[in-house]
Design a protein around this ligand. Structure first.
Ligand SMILES: [Zn+2]
Length: 179
């Protein structure tokens, strides 16, 4: 598992965390599969927004149909940690282990530094997941190559082998004359 963030998603995420500081901010990661194309900031519904976050269910329910209409999915969630690292707190681990099977991105923000990490929390296990940023990585994973590409690939391997064998043969010393 990894997450690929578009440049826009990454920039907006850092911007949201910085402008929300010193409060915790939160929101939705949207896209397809492992690709996060954009973020949707939500309200932090926690009673103490300096040390907790709560994505309001109402907002989530409002956004989901709109996302589907745009052909996007909910890829995961995010929140920030003002003045602390991007590591899930014991409360995070408890609350994010909720059976939703979605990754979570944490932005640790201690101005002027930001730190971003992805997490997968399931059955009490906290796993760090890779985050890749950049539009050049925004391709659908495991897209099968077309038959033409496969044939071209196999042909190129075949041609390389023939060339290699030919070179090897020309480098061989002449066979010794038999008496
Ligand atoms: Zn947290």
């Amino acid at each position: 598992m990894r997450l690929v963030l578009s440049q826009v998603a990454y920039t907006d995420l850092i911007h949201h965390a910085k402008t929300g500081y010193p409060d915790e901010i939160c929101g939705l990661l949207t896209g397809r599969g492992e690709l996060v194309m954009q973020i949707i900031p939500t309200k932090n519904g926690a009673s103490d927004t300096k040390s907790a976050f709560l994505i309001p269910t109402g907002e989530l329910n409002d956004h989901l149909p709109k996302l589907r209409a745009e052909g996007l999915n909910l890829v995961g969630f995010y929140h920030s940690h003002p003045n602390s690292p991007a590591i899930p707190s014991p409360t995070d681990v408890r609350e994010l282990d909720n059976g939703l099977k979605l990754p979570h991105v944490l932005v640790g923000i201690t101005p002027p530094y930001t730190d971003i990490k992805g997490w997968w929390i399931e059955n009490g296990q906290v796993n760090l997941i890779e985050i890749v940023v950049g539009d050049e990585f925004l391709t659908e994973p495991n897209s099968p190559s077309t038959p033409v590409q496969s044939v071209a690939f196999l042909l190129s391997i075949g041609i390389s082998l023939v060339v290699l064998i030919t070179i090897a043969l020309t480098l061989l010393p002449p066979a010794p004359k038999l008496p």
